[in-house]
Write a protein that binds this ligand. Sequence first.
Ligand code: HEM
Length: 146
Amino acid sequence: MEILQSLYLWLKAGHVIFVIFWMAGLFMLPRYFVYHQESDPGSAEEARWIDREAKLRKIILTPALVLTWVLGVLTALAIGAFSEGWLHAKLLFVLVLSGYHGWLVGYSKKLARGERPLTGRKLRMLNEVPGLAAVVIVVLVVVKPF
Ligand code: HEM
């Protein structure tokens, strides 16, 4: 525990760095979906979007999700935050964001199989989820209203 406390600022810095990567990926992937769905089914362009989506998932999104969680939990342990109300509320919204991440991964696999269940308009609307969640999460962690 003393080691964690002495590393607190480094853990928090790492946490915020991976939060940025994660959020960037969460904003980019549905944008890719919109462009992907504008390509002709079975075309070379569609194949390129499938490849880009898989790379974004494997290189950015999934590692950033894991490291945000690991470093966030270690930061919380370092400052004994698990008994505090703001962290409980924050975790609720982080779970929503993690669920959204899981849904995006599922949707990109559907697209790779040639399915296109949602319209571009619906995808654009869903793209608001990470922005709204980030606003609430950052207010909770910085202002700590309870
Ligand atoms: C995955 C689970 C997460 C846990 C357990 C967690 C936990 C924490 C903890 C304990 C801190 C330190 C707070 C302090 O020093 O007072 C922190 C800082 C921070 N977290 Fe998270 N967090 C998580 C996810 C996220 C997400 C998804 C975002 C943004 C969308 C985020 C944004 C931030 C920011 C901006 C800070 C710096 C706040 C400051 O220095 O005042 N965190 N987090």
